[in-house]
Design a protein around this ligand. Sequence first.
Ligand SMILES: NC(=O)C1=CN([C@@H]2O[C@H](COP(=O)(O)OP(=O)(O)OC[C@H]3O[C@@H](n4cnc5c(N)ncnc54)[C@H](O)[C@@H]3O)[C@@H](O)[C@H]2O)[C@@H](O)CC1
Ligand SMILES: [K+]
Length: 490
Amino acid sequence: MRLFTAQAMREADRKAIDLGYPSLLLMDAAGRRTAKRLLERFAGRKIVVLCGKGNNGGDGLVAARWLAHWGHEVAVYAAEGQEGDAAMAQQALRAHGLEINPLSAWKPQPHSVVLDALFGTGLRGPLEGFYAELVENINQSGLPVVAVDMPSGLPYQPHIRANLTVALAGLKNEHLFYPHRTACGRILLDSIGMPPRALDNPHLPELLSSANMRALLPIRPGNAHKGSVGRVLVVGGYRSYTGAPSLAALGAYRTGAGLVTVAYPADCDVVPPLEAVRLPLFEWNTANLQMARADAVAVGMGAGEGGVEAALAALGLARPTVLDADALHERVLRAYAQSGLPSIITPHPGEASRLLGLSAEQIARFPLEAAQTLAQRYPGLVVVLKGGPTVLAWTPPGTSETRMAVNSTGNPQMATGGMGDVLAGVIGALLAAGLSAWDAARLGVYLHGLAGDQSQKPGLLAHEVAETLPEAVEQLRSGSARDFWEPGYD
Ligand SMILES: NC(=O)C1=CN([C@@H]2O[C@H](COP(=O)(O)OP(=O)(O)OC[C@H]3O[C@@H](n4cnc5c(N)ncnc54)[C@H](O)[C@@H]3O)[C@@H](O)[C@H]2O)[C@@H](O)CC1
Ligand SMILES: [K+]
């Protein structure tokens, strides 16, 4: 499953038509399914459909026809000048005896629900004049709004603030990234019968879905023992940062690691979980770290000034490695990229900002570009740029194309201390279980978010997320993990 830009979706649309699929069928499915989704949530209200003159408006006209056909009270307001499929949709609506009012005649009506079919992926620049005013009036009316494909006006200002958005054929960037995502309200996806071949575009980011992530879950054999299912070495801790390596160890164990060793400075008061092997050290060097038998390493959590030294010492172990927090320095990243070891870096926007020399605000605004730039700068390293949502990028060595992925799990309550330490442990466990760096990073990020989604309450703590990891793994394994876009009617 891919994450689209408006332009990529227009290309998919063209591809479907080139494949011989009639575009009017897509519009009919779009309108009909949006109408169904609206009824699921707002049955009993009078339905007011506001249509632009493009295909988004055409979808609205189709929805209005079906809603009236099913016996609901519908009022239609549309811009003038429909062409092509939208003109056909208008013709079909008239054949059903529905009247079309001019858009300028719309006034908020109490107890109505507004179907926003003004603009979709065809918008080219911010709304002005009449349309800007209309959008503001809709928002100020306080009426519930269902947006067709995306809230009209996005990605610019002003735009509709919807209660529900029915995304058509695929999710677009606006449905995943903030602040635009907030304007979408609840987001539902309908495939509208688009031929899968039209949607297939390997150059777009993968959207991590339950079905794809489920296929990556390691299988624990019946004769498993603690040495066979993955041994993780956690390396970190410094002065007052004593909790970080312990949280990583917890994350690793709760994801299925067989044995976790925690290496930390001997003068540092780290209290690893009871089940972990303790390795207090007076010096970060490879020989010392070799005392732990490890299949994978997670290094840098709370390592403070010792982060670079610890990571370079861990490099000598020649194991798949997660580089987190204080290990995220240019020297370390260069050395790991050159080593060719399967390695993952997990910067948050602040760390990415330091590495890229850009402000954290710029990173947060352009996360796809930031992750891609890091992946191109350090070929072979899998980049996990943490955020809402987390973005992944990887340039396989010897290639020039960067693979991208965007996570679909997680929530803002996860923005608390220690959450990243747990993630490093989760990914470490998956590396130790034998997954490739790209698979471990994608599955790790997805599971960590899914665990956080079990409880979306304020005050969520990192160790609580670690404790719900087994539930998340079980949910994913059993097929009961749900994608937030709730695919339906397919
Ligand atoms: N993705 C797909 O394959 C499908 C898309 N469909 C719908 O088609 C939509 C895209 O349709 P269109 O490409 O016709 O585009 P839209 O309907 O989103 O908008 C195009 C109209 O907006 C006008 N416009 C553009 N920028 C403007 C601005 N800044 N101010 C005022 N007017 C402006 C254009 O002149 C044109 O009339 C999708 O969002 C979706 O709702 C569906 O009908 C079926 C299949
Ligand atoms: K819309």
